[in-house]
Design a protein around this ligand. Structure first.
Ligand SMILES: *Cc1c(COP(=O)(O)O)cnc(C)c1O
Length: 403
């Protein structure tokens, strides 16, 4: 590379990562950033001219391309155009933003809601607005990167508890000074493992130690609860979360993030959080699409039944073949491989046989815990899931992972 500062630490980091990428590519193991040419029914896609079963998307209820949602987006474009050209606080707020926030508040059994232009930005800005120097945040070890970054940005004392280990969390809470503000934050469904937070216990601990509770529902909206409203419905424990965070980019086929909660909290964030005040509002089409999506979820509960049926089939089948799927009970299904190269090799075998899965390796997961991170949706068909499992099973045998 031809830069001026050939020996500084930035250059060394760039070189190290470039070497790792080159190594992966040289073994024909590189499957990231592939362009999807077309999205087909039954959660299939066309990639490099080939039709593949898609097992890496977050469209858990198969809502992407839904006619009602597309129509809502098109109408919003006709009415408002394609951009907002401003931040919400100034000229950027449209009626569709207020409608969306009301829809979210109702869906999440909350008094009010606020939206941001990404889930990542939501965690960053919300945690760093609420928490500051001298406060304490407690975060699960495998929480999403955006939560970690929000905690670091806040400047608060940052304590990480072992994954889903409530005894460890309690010990950390006990050790913190009694008179400081405390925030406990966790994914509801963990984005790499698919398991569910010990919700009854974490709620109890927050009450006992006077801590705020923030739960990130990126992978539980549309997935948990009989009507798909998330973790509070799943455990029948409404009004347990102070800061109900979620994204508009997974089950909801749009983009953006939100927080729902008490009026005073939302009012504070609306006037205090920098991603709201200093970054442009959601585009009209995306706001309208998100708004319609929440309604479709409630109107079409059969999608959740299909997802649950497919999830059972997929996890049960993989386990039956001898794969380690960790503790998942949801639509995020890890297939543990161990070393990075094993995960790359398994991916390659699957992709060659038209099963679109992707590997997750360190630092996204702990070293030695590399995996396929497969996802299952309501849109997959039973025979197609059988075919995909067959492909994964044969690949696993070939690589000596299962018998
Ligand atoms: C995807 C994800 C986010 C970020 O959401 P985006 O809308 O994609 O920015 C935040 N938290 C978790 C747990 C996620 O999985």
């Amino acid at each position: 590379m031809d830069f001026n500062n050939a020996n500084d630490s930035v250059m060394r980091r760039m070189q190290a990562l470039a070497n790792r990428i080159t190594h992966i590519k040289s073994q024909d193991f590189y499957f990231y950033n592939q362009a999807v040419e077309e999205i087909l029914p039954g959660n299939k896609v066309r990639v490099n001219g080939r039709v593949m079963g898609m097992y890496a998307s977050y469209s858990y209820l198969g809502l992407v391309g839904h006619p009602r949602i597309n129509e809502a987006a098109k109408k919003a474009v006709d009415k408002f155009g394609t951009g907002t050209n401003g931040v919400r606080t100034l000229a950027g707020t449209l009626t569709i933003h207020n409608e969306l926030e009301e829809t979210i508040a109702n869906f999440k059994h909350a008094e009010a809601a606020i939206t941001y232009t990404s889930g990542y930005a939501t965690n960053l800005t919300v945690i760093s607005t609420l928490m500051g120097r001298g406060d304490y945040v407690f975060s699960d070890k495998i929480n999403h990167a955006s939560i970690v970054d929000g905690c670091l940005m806040s400047g608060a004392e940052f304590r990480r508890f072992r994954h889903n280990d409530m005894a460890h969390l309690e010990g950390l809470l006990k050790n913190a000074p009694a008179d400081v503000s405390k925030l406990v934050v966790a994914d509801s469904v963990f984005s790499m493992d698919g398991d569910i937070i010990d919700f009854p216990k974490i709620v109890e601990l927050c009450k006992k130690y006077n801590a705020w509770l923030m739960i990130d529902e990126a992978h539980s909206v549309g997935v948990l609860g009989k009507t798909g409203t998330g973790i509070e419905e799943h455990f029948n424990m409404y009004d347990s979360i102070d800061i109900k965070m979620g994204t508009l980019s997974k089950t909801i086929p749009s983009v953006g993030g939100y927080v729902a909660g008490k009026k005073e909290l939302i009012e504070f964030l609306r006037h205090g959080s920098r991603a709201y005040i200093f970054s442009a509002a959601l585009p009209p089409a995306q706001a309208a699409a998100a708004n319609e999506s929440f309604k479709v979820i409630l109107d079409e509960p059969w999608r959740i039944e299909n997802l649950n049926r497919n999830t059972k089939q997929f996890i049960g089948g993989l386990k039956g073949m001898g794969f380690d799927t960790l503790l998942t009970e949801t639509a995020v299904v890890p297939v543990l491989c161990g070393e990075d190269d094993k995960a790359f090799a398994l991916t390659r075998e699957c992709q060659m046989n038209d099963v679109f899965v992707l590997p997750v390796v360190s630092p996204a997961v702990q070293e030695g815990m590399a995996r396929l991170r497969a996802t299952i949706t309501a849109a997959h068909e039973t025979e197609e899931i059988d075919r995909a499992m067959n492909v994964i099973g044969e690949a696993g045998k070939k690589l000596g992972m299962v018998k």
